[in-house]
Design a protein around this ligand. Structure first.
Ligand code: PEP
Ligand code: MG
Length: 524
């Protein structure tokens, strides 16, 4: 058994081994030829035909059970009803890969959300079809179906792709990427080992071991006899009861969620509530955004599970490294400085109003805090507040029960952080991920030298954090920190010294952070 070791950056802890699968380069798909609708249509037809040929070859060699599954996939892919909406989108000007992904993504989401167990089980067959055709569109070698427990190797991966692939994977290796990007946040939240910044990796063997603690990928010449799989080292032990410092001081410890369905009740009970729900994840990887009723259903489901404990739901934070395909927005050379978060929502009431309406309805069931991301100026918050008020009036006119939720902001732009006295908000939550990148002018998805500059311990960041906390103390406004800094047990003493007593962390880090709080005794 020979092995080659590649070193990268540890981005999500855990160790796993398994079959290694290279994904068509994510960027390849978006770089695909623009071309005319006729050309785009031909590309999609060719890709579907190639995927069908691949499946037929598979069916010929598969055992009876596998052949039945592949047969079902072939029937689905041959059914024109499946692809017709994608061809329609192409006629409307969409590019082949994004049209395919949008249409299939929404079907996969519908299957996943179905009440019927059989339909839910079919979701992964459909996700596999989506990926096969997508891979062909990206011009890569035929994608073998991603076997369960695979280590995925890709140049980079978007959050939407991650969500559709994650159930199959034991680990992810990225040639590019960064530990501060959203993909890393998602991987850590799921306890999936991730190594970024590996650099170009040429030919790959059949198997690999990924070490998300050390930041390495070991290519193996054959499948190891026993596969290793372990999550973050201290993940298993979560102290019961409230988080207390060594001196018995209470620290509120909340969870950051993307998909509440991925969190079990035990973990939810071990925290004081939810400090950040990144709702944009509900919108990614599907064709149509969830409508008001669907959003109301998911929001109230989480509120009911929390049974009255604090719950902060963040409004859509699309843009930056979380683009929402199909929005038809002008390209930006600096997406992190562009139409992102609240800026985009204020520009697109078609997205924002259904969410605010669903939240106002959900607020009748349990207390709810609504949080606005990417706030820069007081006027933006006032505009959002006015929209919320208009939703409340419209609900009143419809005779639908509604309540006014608390309205707070993420403090993640230097402008907001330095002018908090001008902004009206019911609570503040520090988004250290973005605040650090904007203060240091070093983007959160950078690697190498630039990444080292995006340092949350830079004195400028610490001064700003201290001022925000001070502002909270002076005005009585609750202040929390929900960026990834709170999920770093080694950073916890610094945050407690700064005076923070409310942190919101990645689910996989709840235990380690609780331990870090318990061993802090107020020392400098
Ligand atoms: C942050 O910026 O710190 C944050 C919590 O939000 P996100 O990582 O989703 O941008
Ligand atoms: Mg942010």
């Amino acid at each position: 058994l020979s092995a080659a070791v590649h070193r990268g950056v540890a981005a999500a802890p855990g160790v796993a081994s398994g079959p290694l699968v290279r994904l068509a380069e994510a960027a390849g798909a978006s770089r695909a030829d623009r071309g005319t609708p006729v050309e785009q249509k031909a590309r999609l037809e060719t890709a579907i035909a190639a995927a069908l040929a691949e499946l037929e070859a598979l069916a010929a060699t598969a055992d009876e059970e596998a052949a039945a599954i592949v047969g079902f996939q072939i029937a689905m892919l041959e059914d024109e009803a499946l692809s017709a909406p994608a061809f329609a989108a192409i006629e409307g000007g969409a590019e082949a890969a994004s049209a395919w992904r949008d249409v299939l993504g929404s079907q996969v989401a519908e299957y996943r959300a179905a009440d019927d167990e059989l339909f839910r089980a079919r979701a992964s067959d459909l996700a596999d079809l989506m990926l096969r055709v997508e891979t062909r569109l990206a011009g890569a070698a035929p994608a073998a179906a991603i076997p369960d427990g695979a280590i995925l190797l890709a140049e980079d991966l978007g959050p939407a792709q991650f969500l559709s692939l994650a159930p199959h994977l034991a680990g992810i290796a990225l040639e590019a990427g960064s530990p501060a990007g959203h993909l890393a946040i998602l991987a850590r939240g799921r306890g999936l080992p991730l190594v970024t910044g590996l650099g170009r990796i040429g030919t790959v063997g059949p198997a690999a071991t990924i070490d998300g603690d050390k930041g390495s990928l070991v290519l193996l010449s054959e499948m190891p006899a026993a596969s290793i799989r372990r999550g973050a080292a201290k993940e298993a032990s979560i102290p019961i009861g409230p988080a207390l410092t060594r001196d018995g001081e209470r620290v509120e410890l909340m969870l950051n969620l993307d998909d509440p369905a991925a969190i079990d009740d035990g973990l939810l009970a071990a925290a004081d509530g939810v400090g950040l729900w990144r709702t944009e994840l509900l919108f990614l990887g599907r064709g149509r955004p969830p409508d008001e009723d669907e959003q109301y259903a998911v929001y109230t489901r989480l509120l009911a599970r929390l049974g009255g404990r604090p719950c902060t739901i963040r409004t859509l934070d699309i843009g930056g490294d979380k683009p929402l395909p199909g929005l038809d927005l002008p390209a930006e050379s600096n997406p992190f400085l562009g139409l992102r978060g609240l800026r985009l929502c204020l520009e697109r009431p078609d997205l924002f109003l259904p969410q605010l309406t669903a939240l106002a309805r959900a607020a009748t069931t349990y207390p709810l805090q609504v949080m606005l991301p990417m706030v820069t100026a007081a006027e933006e918050v006032e505009e959002a507040r006015a929209l919320l008020e208009s939703c409340l009036s419209a609900l009143g006119a419809r005779g639908v029960a509604a309540a006014r939720p608390a309205l707070g902001i993420m403090v993640e732009t230097p402008a907001a952080a330095l002018a908090l006295d001008t902004i009206r908000a019911d609570f503040l939550s520090i988004g250290s991920n973005d605040l650090v990148q904007y203060v240091t002018a070093a983007s959160r998805d950078a690697g190498g030298r630039v990444r080292a500059l995006a340092d949350p311990r830079h004195p400028a960041v610490r001064r700003l954090l201290s001022e925000i906390v001070e502002h909270g103390h002076r005005t009585g406004l609750p202040v929390s920190l929900c960026g990834d800094l709170a999920s770093d047990p080694e950073a916890v003493p610094m945050l407690l010294r700064l005076g923070l007593r409310r942190l919101s962390v990645a689910p996989a880090m709840l235990g380690p952070v609780k331990h870090a709080i318990a061993s802090w005794g107020g020392e400098r």
